[in-house]
Design a binder for this molecule. Structure first.
Ligand code: G1P
Length: 289
């Protein structure tokens, strides 16, 4: 039986060194993409995929994330008094629904595998999604919804992948496939940040996962791997010994917002995608060139 995916883990604790100084006092996933923080888009993507509960794995000094999804009574009453109902509606659409969000503190930055492991008790014994919010995905349907649909076909574990730009595969987790036909293929292996020239394919793990809860036990005993960090990829490789893994080459575009140029691209791209403001955005960007 394929059990539904109702919960998602969003690891947001990273220090954001690639976007300093912007990410110094503002959590990097609250940095702006056009008119809202990165996390706003990722939460919308999770909701559109049917996620009912999101578990944020937080670092120190990231209270602004909770505040973003909480009421701001002063702001809301001011907008109301001034009759700015459109803005008020937009602000309220961002609020967490009752009981929708949990915030778990990761006590030390020990790696993505450790971060996901911190969600163990909140997720419990059911399949769950992981969304790496740095990786902003423009897709229709959303990238996670595509993963959930693929999971509905094959069950087990599903990992979104996409071709790495030439020469960049060593920066990511890379998958090995059991042959390739169409977009959804069974995986035979994975390796985190392979040395250049040793990559088993050019398909990198792009930041959306559907995982079975058995991963948690493996994460608890997972030693450190690439970069001295506890890697989710390494625990997935161990889970692959007993469970199926499929790679889904999702249809859409990824913007790496953990990177300055990626964040710039996302800002322009998401402005151009907004029906209400695309024309003005295009004129403003074109005028700069
Ligand atoms: C993490 C994952 C890696 C994945 C990448 C996508 O790496 O470990 O497998 O390809 O995210 O952004 P990180 O970027 O945290 O080094």
């Amino acid at each position: 039986m394929i059990r539904p995916v109702r919960k998602a883990v969003l690891p947001v604790a990273g220090l954001g060194t690639r976007v300093l100084p912007a990410g110094k006092a503002t959590p990097k996933n609250l940095l702006n993409v056009f008119d809202r923080p990165i996390l706003s888009y990722v939460v919308a993507e999770a909701r559109a995929a049917g996620i009912e509960h999101m578990v944020f794995i937080m670092g120190r000094g990231q209270e602004a994330i909770e505040a973003y999804f909480d009421n701001n009574p002063e702001l809301e009453s001011t907008l109301e008094a001034k009759g700015k109902t459109d803005l008020l509606d937009e602000v309220r659409a961002e609020l967490a629904r009752p009981g929708e969000m949990s915030f778990v503190r990761q006590m030390a930055p020990l790696g993505l595998g450790h971060a996901v492991g911190c969600a163990r008790d909140v997720i419990g014994d059911e399949p769950f999604a992981v969304l790496l919010p740095d990786m902003l995905m423009a897709a229709q349907p959303g990238a996670l919804a595509q993963c959930v649909a693929a999971y509905g076909q094959v069950g087990g574990n599903v990992v979104a992948v996409e071709p790495a730009p030439p020469g960049e595969a060593h920066k990511y987790g890379i998958v090995a496939l059991d042959g390739q036909s169409g977009r959804l293929n069974r995986m035979t292996g994975m390796v985190e940040k392979p040395p250049p020239g040793t990559e088993p394919s050019n398909l990198f793990i792009s930041g959306r996962y559907i995982l079975q809860p058995e991963i948690f036990e493996l994460l608890e005993s997972q030693g450190s791997g690439a970069g001295g960090e506890i890697q989710l990829t390494d625990a997935m490789v161990r889970l692959m010994a007993t469970q199926s893994f499929h790679a889904l080459e999702y249809e859409g575009t990824t913007y790496d917002c953990g990177d300055k140029i990626g964040l710039l691209r996302a800002n322009v791209a998401f402005a151009l995608m907004r029906p209400d403001l695309a024309e003005a955005a295009r004129a403003a960007v074109t005028a700069l060139l």
